[in-house]
Structures are given as C-alpha cells and as structure tokens.
Write a new protein. Structure first.
Length: 307
C-alpha cells in the first residue's frame, strides 16, 4: 500500500528537535514516513520510534525503513504514546514530533471516506476500526450533531445542517460521502455554496468527532511530556485553530512557575516551570511552501523543551 503524503514544515520541524546522533526520538504520527526519514538522516547510533494507528501507514513505513537498525515501527494511537513506548522497553526519549490531523493519503484515497469530492462509503476512520462517520450521522441527536458541527467545524449553519441530516435519515440511512455532502449543500444558504465547498467545515468536524482527535491530542501531549528526558524537545504541527489552542495552552501551563498571589513575600506553592517554550510565536510555512503545497497554509509549529 503506497501512502502518499507531503510532509509539512519538514525541515523546520526536524531542526526544532535539536537532534543528537545517538539520541532516542519519536515520530508519533508517522504517515508516509517523511518526517521519520528526515529524523533518521540525523542519527548514527540513535533510535527512532515511528508510531501510527493507520494500517496503511504502518505498511508503508515498515517497507520504507526495512533493514534500518535505527528504525522501530509501532502500530497504535499517539494518544497512548507513553504506554506504547513502555511496552517497547523505552524509558525516556530525547524528542517527540507530532503532525496532527488528516494525511494527504487519507484525503486522496476516496475509498477512505474523508473526501466530499469522491463518492465512497462514509467512513473517516484513521485507524480503520471502530465507529464510522455513517454511524455517527445516523444515530446522534440533532442537538449533538449541531454541537459537533459548530465546535469542531466552526460551522455557522450547524443547526440547519443537523436538522437536514435528521430529516433525511427518517426515510433512508446516510451511507456515502456524496450523499452527506448533498444534504449539507441543501441546508445552507445559496451564497455559502459560492464560497468554496459548503461541506468542508462539516466534514472536518465529523472527522474530528469520529477519531476523537482533540481528546487524543491532549492525552498525547501529556504522554510525550512524560517520556521526555531533561533537554528533550516536543515539536507539534497543527492545522486547526482548536488543535493549536490546545497545544499553546499545554505548553504555557507547563512553562508556568509560581502561582502565588503577587503580594506574598515568598513562594508557598512550590510550582516551578517544567518546560521552556522555544517558539514564542508559531512557525508557519513560507510562501514558497504554501505555493507548492496548498494544504500547508494553516499549519503551525510550536516547540518546547523539558527543563
């Protein structure tokens, strides 16, 4: 299985890890192996653990790095990173890279059900197991559907779309991507249809819900931090404002020291910063990269170092 994916912020992300040639590193979202290959190019006696929940990705990186003694492949969700690494006998690492969100392969292979451009079973599961997008849209209440579309997709017409979904499924189960895309299009104003595809935000929201992406991100950040050696770095690429907000707040919380009131003469809370933030502002793709790869436009890279 060929897993085509253009790695975003490739050099910036890998350079941000400040790689030691004998260090232990983790690519928590291996995908097609672009970031993994770049990390491996910096290692001599070091080791890289490439993790992914998608069987297609695992097949691709297993073949790509076959015979490379520095490479270890783990199938699993990066949200369970600390357990996956402990099971592999890893006690601590020197750097973790996370590239959050859907891959080019998952979007471009129509049969995976992520795209509103290709007619396919309504799936959207990154792991190819568990509840599908069809299960979600056919069973959730109007209120819960509306909440998901509004929160995860920032969809202005979330309630109207949710009502339209509920009306449609009264007569027929929603089975395919184009079926859902047409329902969405029929339940937004005409002017919205002229401003890009009207299903884009809703498909994004449903994908996030199906894969529990925000919950996974939060647990993955904690797991990555737990595994870091002193001086180890955590580098995270996000593509969505909600994801970036979670990463930004996580790093800020870990970087915060004393929380005692300012009028206290001495600190009594004992709280000390646990990380140093390396990127005060996120690193974004250059105009040249955006031109080469339009999917990079919303990417943001944030980096912190464990103290």
């Amino acid at each position: 299985m060929e897993f085509n994916h253009v790695s975003v912020l490739l050099n910036e992300a890998v350079d941000s890890l400040n790689i030691r040639e004998d260090g232990i590193y983790v690519d928590g979202t291996a995908g097609g192996g672009g970031h993994s290959a770049a990390i491996l190019s910096h290692l001599t006696s070091g080791t890289l653990y490439s993790i992914d929940q998608d069987p297609d990705a695992i097949a691709t990186v297993t073949e790509r790095f076959r015979g490379d003694s520095r490479s270890r492949i783990i199938e699993g969700n990066f949200g369970d990173m600390s357990n996956l690494l402990h099971d592999a006998g890893v006690k601590a690492v020197d750097g973790v890279l996370l590239d959050i969100g859907v891959s080019s392969h998952q979007l471009d292979v129509g049969s995976r059900g992520f795209s509103y451009h290709v007619d396919a079973p309504l799936d959207m599961r990154m792991s190819q197991s568990g509840e599908t997008a069809a299960d979600l849209v056919n069973t959730l209440s109007v209120g819960e559907l509306s909440r998901i579309l509004s929160l995860y997709g920032e969809e202005k017409y979330a309630y109207s779309i949710a009502k339209g979904i509920a009306r449609y499924r009264e007569t027929k189960r929603i089975e395919t991507t184009l079926e859902l895309a047409d329902i969405i299009k029929d339940n937004v104003p005409q002017k919205v249809r002229r401003d890009g595809h009207p299903a884009r935000k809703s498909f994004q929201a449903i994908r996030i819900a199906v894969n529990h992406e925000l919950d996974v991100l939060e647990s993955g950040l904690e797991g990555a931090f737990e595994m870091l050696n002193k001086g180890g770095r955590l580098s995270v690429i996000t593509f969505h404002s909600l994801e970036d907000r979670i990463v930004k707040q996580f790093m800020r919380d870990k970087a915060q020291g004393c929380t005692c009131p300012k009028d206290f003469p001495v600190c009594v809370c004992g709280k000390k910063p646990q990380v140093k933030i390396i990127t005060r502002k996120p690193i974004c793709p250059t105009d040249e990269e955006n031109e080469r790869n339009p999917r990079a436009r919303s990417a943001k890279l944030r980096v912190c170092e464990r103290l």
